[in-house]
Design a protein around this ligand. Structure first.
Ligand code: NAD
Length: 301
């Protein structure tokens, strides 16, 4: 392998240590800590595991963290009332509603009811608008794209003037990362192309990318010959391609693959993210950073 590995688990550790230090100094100077509430409706196993990781991470950083679990049959009105309670709570700076919600609740109505100034996931239309405007307006970049940008920044790869190709145009990855990288300023200022299912020649676009970001959810979509030698390849895809028994725990675990053929691509790329252990671990670090920033905006620091 010739590419430099961008290890999301290691980068996350660095970022969390930086956040923890900042939390301590804000606490010493202002007597407050970031407050995050995580609302979980029902008992979906995957959601429970995501939420407990978020809660554990927030606690480890010294945040105030409330995990508010609600039953499957909570009404939409009751959920909205709960949100209203946390919007008014001065000690809460970030509100997160874990998706998916049960089918009797309209997700859009709930997400749009979150105060944009506490919307640390960055999915409220107001925050999407702020992201497109860019600069100091973009207060809560969505966590996965923010993690991608941070990985590129910390790798030292130049984004200014770089040809960036983003594969995928979803609202949670493709569109926001494209918007973020085309803004003026450090860690951005790139020439961005977004390709998708209607793109005529995917290979030709990928082949001229200095930075190739792939978020399609199709295992092995990007072929090694589509990669420009020395390019920075960020593989966002997480695809379950089978199951295996873990030699350490003896439990059945999913075999995960990205959208890029890692073994072959890493012989050509200059930088590459693995799956798992690449972009995935960054998302939670960015959620913590958004929550810390929410407190900092409030304090005007
Ligand atoms: P999505 O299904 O909402 O969007 C996929 C996009 O890829 C679509 O815009 C589609 O046009 C494009 N696409 C699909 N097949 C294509 C093809 N053959 N050629 C060209 N374009 C194609 O998915 P998403 O939510 O953006 O997620 C994408 C992948 O990233 C998934 O594997 C998901 O699991 C993963 N993901 C990982 C993280 C993380 O690690 N934290 C977060 C979000 C998503």
């Amino acid at each position: 392998m010739s590419a430099i590995l961008l290890n999301g688990t290691e980068i996350r550790k660095e970022i969390l240590a930086e956040i923890q230090q900042e939390v301590e100094s804000i606490k010493a100077a202002h007597g407050v800590v970031p407050g995050l509430v995580t609302i979980l409706v029902g008992s979906n196993a995957a959601s429970l595991s995501y939420v407990s990781l978020k809660v554990k991470t927030a606690h480890s950083l010294g945040f105030k963290e409330i995990q508010d679990n609600q039953p499957d049959d909570i009404s939409e009105a009751a959920l909205l009332a709960l949100l209203a309670k946390y919007q008014q709570d001065e000690s809460i700076h970030g509100i997160l509603v874990q998706l998916p919600l049960p089918s009797h609740i309209n997700e859009k109505v709930v997400l749009n009811a979150i105060d944009p100034n506490k919307d640390v996931d960055g999915f409220h239309p107001v925050n999407v608008g702020r992201l497109v405007i860019g600069g100091t307006e973009a207060i809560f970049p969505p966590c996965t794209p923010a993690g991608i940008q941070e990985m590129i920044r910390r790798s030292g790869v130049e984004t200014r003037g770089a040809e960036v190709v983003v594969v995928g145009r979803s609202n949670i990855v493709g569109k926001p990362i494209a918007n973020m990288l085309l803004q003026k300023g450090p860690g951005a200022n790139a020439t961005v192309t977004v390709v998708h299912t209607a793109t005529r020649d995917l290979a030709a676009h990928c082949q001229r990318a200095d930075i190739l970001i792939v978020a399609a959810g199709v295992p092995g979509l990007v072929k090694p010959e589509w990669i420009k030698p020395g390019a920075c390849v960020i593989d966002v895809g997480v695809n379950r391609v089978g199951e295996t028994v873990s030699p350490t725990t003896g439990r059945t675990v999913a075999i995960l693959r990205g959208d890029v053929d890692f073994d072959e691509a890493s012989k050509i790329a200059g930088f590459i993210t693995p799956v798992p252990g690449g972009v995935g671990p960054m998302t939670i670090a960015m959620l913590m950073r958004n929550t810390l920033n929410s407190l900092k905006f409030k304090l005007g620091i």
